[in-house]
Write a protein that binds this ligand. Structure first.
Ligand code: SF4
Length: 278
């Protein structure tokens, strides 16, 4: 629906959908800040050999959270005009406030995530410079799969030179889930194709759980790879059925999209305003 919604002469529905697509929530916003900060810390370490202290990092995150909250409360008009440049929390847009339990949860995450990052297996390993080679972060932002551009964000890729392994790292600021491994299988497929690796056994995938302070490293099985191929083909097929013009990525009219029967999903949905309007 949000197709071309960023253009001045788009229709109202596309503009509204694009705007709402850019709503965020407290957990997502926190995760984004932490990911961006970790990338900066790693780049800075690789260039200057410096490691910041935990307090200074927590302060940066806290300031950005406050800024996001302030913008959500006070800059609605600016956000409506430039939704990518300003922050609007889903909770504030729809409810006018943040729930106190959510604020407490984010305060807890703020207290532990950077501590766990600094002590993480990955960051410790990166600091043994002669044993690792870190790849530029920017080259892992999107991939092509059977001619289709897929936007992925691989947090980090490096080589363990001692054991001749490629390591894909994903930083998690939420709780561990069963789906974490599947997402990493998609990244591994991309890496294997991009660097023409002989086999998946050359790759290890790792989730670093910053909230809980542990990591899980896996080798992918044939089942993981078959599963990710299947899931990708299936979701691609489903999406194609909802497009009027696949080349232009133009969707069918709104009435072709069925509403969910699960009301709990609607509570968290960015687009619920449109559902009520159209
Ligand atoms: S039916 Fe619910 S989940 Fe689906 S678009 Fe509408 S509000 Fe969102």
């Amino acid at each position: 629906m949000s197709h071309n919604g960023w253009l001045k002469d788009s229709n109202v529905l596309a503009k509204d959908a694009y705007r709402l697509k850019n709503l965020t929530n407290l957990e997502m916003f926190f995760g984004k800040i932490v990911h961006e900060l970790i990338e900066k810390i790693l780049k800075n370490f690789l260039e200057n050999d410096t490691v910041p202290n935990e307090d200074s990092l927590n302060k940066i995150i806290k300031n950005q959270l406050n800024q996001g909250f302030w913008e959500s409360m006070n800059s609605k008009l600016l956000w409506e005009m430039k939704p990518k440049h300003y922050t609007m929390f889903h909770e504030i847009y729809y409810e006018g406030k943040l729930m106190s339990e959510k604020i407490e949860e984010i305060k807890y995450r703020l207290n532990v995530c950077m501590k766990h990052f600094l002590a993480s297996h990955t960051f410790q390993e990166i600091q043994s410079r002669n044993k690792t080679e870190v790849f530029e972060f920017e080259q892992f932002r999107s991939m092509k799969w059977n001619g289709i551009k897929v936007f992925i964000v691989m947090d980090m890729v490096y080589r363990d030179l001692e054991n001749n392994k490629w390591i894909i790292v994903d930083w998690k600021t939420g709780k561990a889930s069963d789906e974490d491994r599947g997402q990493l299988a998609l990244y591994a497929k991309y890496l294997k194709d991009k660097f023409k690796l002989k086999d998946f056994s050359e790759i290890e995938v790792r989730n670093e759980y910053l909230l809980e302070g542990f990591h899980k490293t896996y080798k992918l099985t044939r089942h993981d790879i078959e599963n990710i191929n299947f899931v990708f083909e299936l979701s691609n097929e489903k999406m194609s059925l909802l497009l009027e013009d696949p080349i232009e990525n133009k969707p069918l009219d709104l009435e072709n999209f069925e509403k969910t029967i699960y009301e709990s999903k609607c509570m968290r949905c960015n687009f619920k305003e449109l559902c009520e309007m159209y």
